[in-house]
Design a protein around this ligand. Structure first.
Ligand code: 9MR
Length: 328
């Protein structure tokens, strides 16, 4: 009698050959099971929070590179692509910038110095940066009235991209935002900003669609129509923060088979839409975290959810198979 052999594991990176498969991680994920999953499954990493301004520059002139350096060094040692996230985001602004007491010109100089310092430090190591994150409001497509807009004017986005480009001529520069598939006003506004930048020769290389989605939406058609707006433009698309909530209405207390399968199907659709892009427009799909119980979703909504590809025991879920099936 032949002994039964275990199925050989197929890793995400074995099948995703025309774009990077990324994961958001933390500087305390560099060994053990986390390290195993990152290096076996993925070809790209993003710091989930440790490359944001409130971590790197918590007070004026006091740079803290310890966590970001650890993540970048890990990426290099393991030959992983590194996507930088995020230079300018209203939610990770340190207090000294949020409540800046100097003039507008001094404010702008601080932001320029910050972007220059970070991009320069990781020049040749980090392949791409989210330069500005979530600048557009929900529902109406207006610019969010962040401290950056108040201090630097409506054109602050272009200024930040130019600061980044001046620091590194080769790094890829992304605008990143959420809910661009279902919020048409926001999607239109983002593409208006991007088109205006390109018309004025402001350096931008791509658009990050965060893709914090749900088991029951957005539809495949909506994902397709939003994503395909990249195609007629000379830009890269990044699905930059993918997770799939299975309990948005808090109506289950354990992960049911039905929801597990619905999540798998939604993720397959997402990967199919992305993979169908012309290769010139593809960059990466980045999953926003390693295992379910580490996800930001649980902290934010304060009820159970299982939004990622691995369960709390580091075991691949159906969604993992769903990702692979999206590439077939
Ligand atoms: O998932 C991230 C969480 O761990 C951090 O505490 C938080 C603040 O830095 O940021 C979360 O990531 C956000 C991302 O940077 C931008 N898009 C929304 C994400 C969820 O809030």
């Amino acid at each position: 009698l032949e002994e039964e052999q275990p199925e050989p594991t197929t890793y995400l990176k074995d099948k995703a050959t025309s774009f990077y498969v990324g994961v958001a991680m933390k500087s305390n994920n560099l060994n053990g099971k986390y390290d195993e999953i990152i290096t076996h499954e993925f070809t790209s990493i993003t710091a989930e929070y440790e490359m944001k301004m409130n971590v790197i520059l918590p007070s004026k002139g006091q740079y803290n590179w310890s966590q970001s350096d650890a993540i970048v060094n890990y990426g290099i040692e393991n030959e992983l692509n590194i996507h930088g996230h995020a230079l300018v985001w209203h939610q990770s602004t340190p207090d000294w910038i949020e409540n800046f007491t100097g003039t507008d010109a001094e404010f702008e100089q601080e932001i320029k110095d910050y972007i220059t310092a970070v991009v320069t430090r990781y020049k040749g190591k980090i392949k791409s940066w989210d330069v500005v994150n979530e600048a557009v409001l929900d529902g109406n497509g207006n610019l969010r009235n962040s401290v950056f807009r108040q201090r630097m004017g409506d054109d602050y986005i272009s200024k930040c991209f130019q600061f980044a480009r001046d620091a590194d001529p080769d790094v890829l520069l992304f605008y990143n935002d959420y809910n661009m598939t279902e919020d048409q006003a926001k999607q239109d506004a983002v593409f208006d900003i991007v088109d205006d930048m390109q018309n004025r020769n402001i350096p931008i290389d791509g658009v990050g669609f965060q893709m914090h989605i749900r088991y029951n939406g957005p539809s495949k058609a909506k994902m397709e129509s939003a994503t395909n707006r990249i195609v007629e433009r000379d830009l890269l698309a990044h699905y930059s923060e993918v997770d799939v909530r299975v309990n948005p209405n808090n109506d289950i207390t354990t992960l049911t088979d039905e929801r597990d399968i619905a999540q798998k199907i939604k993720l397959t659709e997402l990967v199919e839409v992305y993979n169908a892009l012309p290769s010139a427009n593809k960059y990466a799909i980045t999953i926003w975290g390693i295992k379910d119980n580490d996800s930001w979703i649980i902290d934010l909504y304060n009820h159970p959810d299982w939004p990622l590809l691995f369960n709390s025991s580091f075991e691949a879920k159906k969604a993992h198979t769903g990702f692979l099936e999206g590439l077939e």
